[in-house]
Design a binder for this molecule. Structure first.
Ligand code: SAM
Length: 297
């Protein structure tokens, strides 16, 4: 069995069970003349254990519509489609469409939307494709736009219950970092304003074709029904961005520089908010950022 050529295997078993088999992947891609695009972050999963686990932990199940970003050759798409009512996948690379036609031919609950996830109207897409379903996002994200995609999904207050994504390990640590720890940054605070992040499991670089230079991790963001703290997003994010604008500087200096206000004004802002001016951004919890934001209004 083991030594049979991919072509022979294809005739015997459906694609569905083989999409993460490296021989099958190479065969499909070479027949379509496909070459990997580094700039589109194309590292396809070849470890068969990863996608079923992502699909399960990502909440794919009856009554659920799954939104995926970046299909590749459809390994994760297929695992989502086996469990959920419907899968809609936004894929930017037109060259993958004929490949996906072939690899996902056995499924009738998958729709590929050929578009850029940073441009497409996600709110309209969800309303149109997932009427009456609960919606969750599950994706092996292209690494060049990890944070922008996650922030786009969160900031638009889309009707989604969770976002389960594979990202670079360091990005995962930053996205899940707790306030008050060394790893925390503006993006960690932003994520916690909208969701509750969880680190799920790590995935080695050898699980991908081609292998990237770093390891990865899967995280899940459980979207909150309302922001975690009572402060309008514009003011909250202005403060967070300013607070983290200069590493190792005090909050007073960062706020003064980042908000473009005199130090005395930044000082009275912090006094009104009840936050010590000598504190550093990484020491603050969400409530303290919210308090500064409310003082700005
Ligand atoms: N899901 C597949 C897997 O796990 O093997 C592919 C993951 S690969 C890391 C990222 C995928 O996202 C690629 O298929 C790539 O073409 C696609 N992609 C890159 N930029 C995109 C964008 N702006 N919008 C939609 N898809 C994009």
């Amino acid at each position: 069995e083991f030594y049979k050529k991919p072509q022979q295997m294809l005739r015997q078993r459906s694609f569905m069970e083989q999409l993460s088999n490296i021989g099958v992947i190479r065969d499909v891609l070479s027949r379509h003349g496909f070459t990997f695009s580094k700039s589109l972050g194309q590292n396809f999963l070849i470890n068969p254990a990863v996608c079923p686990r992502m699909a399960e932990l990502g909440g794919a199940g009856p009554g659920v519509g799954m939104l995926e970003i970046g299909a590749g050759i459809g390994v994760l798409t297929a695992e989502l489609a086996k469990r959920a009512d419907k899968v809609v996948c936004v894929e930017i690379d037109t060259r993958l469409l004929p490949v996906l036609d072939e690899t996902l031919a056995g499924y009738d609950n998958i729709e590929i939307v050929n578009a850029d996830v940073m441009q497409v109207d996600l709110s309209a897409l969800i309303a149109e494709k997932f009427a009456g379903m609960q919606v969750a996002v599950c994706a092996n994200l292209p690494y060049y736009i990890t944070s922008p995609v996650i922030m786009r999904l969160l900031e638009q207050r889309l009707p989604i219950r969770s976002i389960t994504v594979m990202v670079q390990k360091e990005a995962a640590q930053r996205l899940c970092a707790r306030p008050g720890t060394r790893e925390v940054g503006a993006v960690s605070i932003a994520v916690r304003y909208y969701s509750e992040p969880k680190m799920l499991f790590q995935v080695s670089r050898g699980s991908f074709l081609p292998a990237p230079d770093v390891d990865s991790a899967v995280i899940r963001l459980d979207v909150l029904p309302n922001p975690a703290v009572d402060a309008p997003p514009e003011a909250f994010f202005r403060v967070v961005r300013a607070a983290f604008s200069m590493r190792r500087k005090t909050l007073l200096n960062c706020l003064s520089g980042g908000l473009g206000i005199p130090k005395a004004e930044a000082d009275s802002l912090l006094i009104r908010a009840g936050v010590p001016s000598s504190a550093r951004a990484e020491q603050l919890d969400l409530e303290q950022f919210a308090s500064i934001a409310r003082s700005l209004l």
